[in-house]
Design a protein around this ligand. Structure first.
Ligand SMILES: Nc1ncnc2c1ncn2[C@@H]1O[C@H](COP(=O)(O)OP(=O)(O)OP(=O)(O)O)[C@@H](O)[C@H]1O
Ligand SMILES: [Mg+2]
Length: 286
């Protein structure tokens, strides 16, 4: 892997947004147009190696924010900075080095896996685009990563439909970190999985974060998951960040009325169950 041209200065957040807005305009053929402001000025900073959890109800703008951070979509206003570098994809497109640096994992990886591509090729492909490694070297790296995320050698030549949901999420995570990104945006990565599988995937993400010095933006509507993974928590409501503090502070004493309502709606049992499972797994590994 080639090093970034200019290493970021110490102390510069991996991710920063300043007053990011996003408008969606609809209608217009017969009647007037309608503009929805899905993001109303989001300011955030995420330091290297840490996890920002973004939490809020359906439609509050979480995926819209994810698309802007991962440069799939341009903001309507405000600024996006990756490693201190201003990004303006509407004007310049996505610089290749930044494309590598920021990766995304979706809730349903099936939608982003080509059903006719073997898993070994899925994992080797990002290396083809981003490195000058030979085909044999790409294969070796893909196999290494396959094993690293808890799959087995014999899975290398299988197709996506031959895996369980949890295994497919391992594949999506493996593909995302093949090119050693700095920032991984995870949009509801465990929401479609059973609780026991959720705990396994959360443990895997935690291990990979330490190993690869990854920075996470972890999007979830599930507070028990957020409590487990987050360093900082941003609570969103209707496109706004209503509360943005450390996990410990926010869970100890949620300040904003919306946060309190959201917390009151989370069944306590899920938190305890996930914690117990995660503790058992950690004990088993250590
Ligand atoms: N392409 C689009 N065109 C028009 N409106 C959109 C578009 N994408 C999102 N929206 C609107 O923007 C708002 C935020 O949507 P977004 O998908 O970001 O929410 P979310 O927090 O990810 O929700 P969920 O938890 O259901 O995934 C919603 O009101 C949604 O209807
Ligand atoms: Mg969403």
């Amino acid at each position: 892997m080639s090093a970034p041209a200019t290493p970021p200065a110490a102390g510069v957040p991996v991710l920063e947004t300043r007053g990011v807005t996003r408008d969606y305009v609809s209608g217009g053929v017969f009647g007037g147009t309608r503009t929805v402001r899905a993001l109303k000025g989001i300011d955030l900073k995420v330091d290297r190696g840490s996890t920002l959890a973004v939490v809020g109800e359906s439609g509050c703008g979480k995926s819209t924010l994810a698309r802007i951070i991962t440069m799939i979509d341009a903001p309507s206003g405000g600024e996006l900075l990756i490693d201190g570098e201003k990004v303006d994809i509407a004007r310049t497109g996505v610089p290749p080095d930044l494309r590598r640096k920021v990766q995304i994992v979706f809730q349903n990886p099936y939608g982003s896996l080509n059903p006719r591509q073997k898993i070994g090729d899925v994992l080797a492909e990002p290396l083809k685009l981003n490195t000058s490694l030979s085909a044999a070297e790409r294969r070796d790296r893909a196999m290494e990563m396959l094993l690293r995320v808890g799959l087995r050698g014999q899975h290398f030549n299988r197709y996506p439909h031959m895996f369980s949901g949890g295994q497919r999420q391992r594949i999506a995570i493996a593909r995302a970190i093949m090119v050693h990104p700095a920032l991984l945006v995870l949009d509801e990565p465990v929401s479609a999985l059973d609780l026991s599988v959720q705990a396994q995937i959360l443990n895997l993400l935690q291990d990979l974060q330490d190993e690869y010095d990854l920075t996470y933006v972890f999007i979830s509507h599930d507070l028990s998951v957020v409590r487990h993974v987050a360093d900082e928590v941003m609570v969103m409501n209707l496109g706004e960040a209503v509360e943005y503090r450390s996990r410990d502070a926010i869970f100890a004493a949620p300040e904003h009325p919306y946060t309190r309502t959201l917390f009151a709606a989370t069944p306590r049992i899920d938190v305890d169950r996930i914690r117990a499972r995660v503790a058992r797994k950690t004990a088993a590994r250590g």
